[in-house]
Design a protein around this ligand. Structure first.
Ligand code: HEM
Ligand code: CU
Length: 542
């Protein structure tokens, strides 16, 4: 049973006193419709997949340490980077932030007892797990793991004998999970806000998850249909994409990127919301430009859905179309820059407290800015012809999705960890791990910009000797980064058991989650909150 006493709610994780038996304890988790428990399920599963993906990334980097074959054959390499991409994109970065931090904190931040559709929420997690299970099944069945890259480009994906059908079906199921999650978040924000929680009092994390949820609802069905068409093509031989049958491979690219570019914002927008929570708290200042940040999330979601064509500049469509897509791509930089400027302005003259969440936020801003600026380079038509499908692109998207989305998630995890688990981690070790992550990340990925500018193609197993120095630096960086990851998660796991008891409001935050126990009780609040202050109004707290 959940302990509702004000002081302590550790019974949220392990029922104390009685021992209900392992099986019923397990069932009380995997069939729970409490949004906080579902968030913890997402956390466990997404981190498991993340570490699998990291292992594959480590292997790719090891292979690329020197030209020629080093640790695997070319065909294995193709499957390894395909799987790395599928896992990192569909099983980790897309679901992780909304699934874990969105699920846990969005209802609490708006003063709700749960999500609008708690059972649908559980179903989303189950679809996610079934999809993941099918991804892994595709490795060991059929003619071996898919080797198409995570984009499943035709015509290769309809011709290759590897197990593409199952993998594509798996991602289809993962898409269902995304759609249900999106519907749930949108509805929750609309109908479950506490009395007094007007739209302009919503914490910025809620705004960003709200914008993300719309993308999930609107864009995911497109990729779902596209993957069904691939299956139809593979099993029934109809000619939607196959040029031999009158189909059009370029059509596939349009359909794929109409989803997958907006999906990039699913990976980064919630992260932007997290840092907008962290910065005011650790600078002790009201966030600068609240409305500009809130509306820029919506602007990014809308504009970001219109730029898919920048993945196809060299596919041979008309140069007028290319110019429009290039222009729109530049326009996305405006709301993104609005956010960055407002974050930095909030820091200006703030009384900055250098805790781990804030350090990771600084790393986020630095890396996201490099990712964004390199994105503008890629959006420039003339440069794109040179940089397309080179290591530069790999550098760019890792800076955005990992250096941005991933680091923001780590920042959010450290920010909200005391609230989620009622435990404090060792701050010193957490800072050390943040330093390793920052140095490792930049050593790993910055060389990819240089390699790409010099002509190193992406997804290649072998390369000319002239590329080796930077490839070695990059591989060395991956070791530093992975060391940082191990230290970071070891610290968090250790503190689950041995950490000090966390206070209700360790950082002095003003949003609603800091006004309840750590971890919060069933239905989140002992007395239903009525909102009178803004989310960054510290007047009474300081
Ligand atoms: C320790 C962490 C990581 C390492 C060492 C790593 C390394 C690599 C390398 C070397 C490549 C292949 C580049 C190429 O030849 O084209 C790659 C591809 C890729 N990575 Fe990572 N990566 C890591 C983390 C991540 C994360 C966190 C994400 C997403 C959130 C991600 C997403 C991708 C994607 C989508 C691809 C493209 C795969 C493809 O071309 O099909 N990676 N990564
Ligand atoms: Cu894009």
């Amino acid at each position: 049973m959940v302990d509702l006493s004000r002081e302590d709610n550790r019974g949220f994780y392990f029922s104390e006193g009685r021992s209900p038996g392992l099986l019923s304890w397990l069932f009380s988790w995997i069939f729970s419709i409490d949004h906080k428990r579902i968030a913890i399920l997402y956390l466990l599963s997404a981190l498991t997949f993340f570490f699998m993906g990291v292992t594959l990334g480590f292997l790719i980097r090891l292979e690329l340490i020197a030209p020629g074959a080093t640790i695997m054959e070319a065909q294995t390499y193709n499957s390894v980077f395909t799987l790395h991409g599928i896992i990192m994109i569909f099983l980790f970065i897309i679901p992780v932030t909304t699934g874990v931090l969105g699920n846990f904190f969005l209802p609490i931040q708006i003063g709700a007892k749960d999500m609008a559709f708690p059972r649908l929420n559980l179903l989303s997690w189950w679809f996610y797990i079934i999809g993941a299970f099918l991804v892994f099944t595709s490795l060991f069945t059929g003619n071996g793991p898919p080797d198409t890259g995570w984009t499943f480009y035709v015509p290769y994906s309809i011709k290759t004998g590897t197990n593409v059908s199952l993998a594509v079906f798996a991602v289809f199921i993962l898409g269902l999970s995304s759609i249900l999650t999106g519907i749930n978040f949108v509805t929750t924000v609309h109908i479950l806000r506490a009395p007094g929680m007007r739209w302009h009092k919503l914490p910025l994390f809620v705004w960003s998850v709200y914008a993300t949820a719309w993308i999930l609802v609107i864009a995911t069905p497109v990729v779902g249909m596209t993957f069904l068409l691939i299956l139809a093509e593979r099993f029934l031989g109809i000619g939607v994409f196959d040029p031999l049958k009158g189909g059009d491979p370029i059509l596939y690219q349009h359909l794929f990127w109409i989803y997958s570019h907006p999906a990039v914002y699913v990976m980064i927008l919630p992260g932007m919301g997290i840092v907008a929570e962290i910065i005011p708290v650790f600078c002790r200042r009201v966030i600068f430009g609240y409305r500009a940040i809130a509306y820029s999330s919506l602007a990014i979601a809308i504009l970001g859905s219109m730029v898919w064509g920048h993945h196809m500049f060299v596919s041979g469509y008309s140069s007028n179309a290319a110019m429009v897509f290039s222009l729109l791509t530049f326009l996305v930089a405006i709301p993104s820059a609005i956010k960055v400027f407002n974050w930095v302005t909030t820091m200006y003259k703030g009384s900055i407290v250098l805790e781990t969440p804030f350090l990771l936020t600084l790393a986020f801003i630095f890396q996201f800015s490099i990712g964004g600026l390199s994105g503008l380079m890629l959006g420039t038509l003339s440069l794109n012809v040179h940089l397309h499908d080179t290591a530069f692109v790999v550098g760019h998207f890792h800076y955005i999705v990992f250096g941005g989305g991933g680091f923001a998630f780590f920042a959010g995890l450290h920010y909200w960890f005391p609230k989620m688990f009622g435990k404090m981690y060792n701050k010193k070790i957490a800072n050390i791990s943040a330093a390793f992550l920052f140095v490792g990340f930049n050593t790993l990925y910055f060389p990819m910009f240089i390699l790409g500018l010099n002509g190193m193609p992406r997804r290649y197993y072998d390369y000319l000797p002239e590329f080796q120095p930077w490839q070695m630096v990059s591989t060395f960086g991956s070791w530093i980064l992975i060391t940082g990851l191990i230290i970071m998660f070891a610290n968090l796991v250790y503190s689950l058991k041995k950490g000090e008891r966390a206070p209700e409001n360790p950082w002095g935050g003003a949003t609603l989650e800091w006004q309840t126990t750590s971890p919060p009780p069933l239905e989140n609040f002992h007395t239903p909150p009525v909102v009178e202050r803004g989310p960054y109004d510290y007047r009474e707290l300081l």
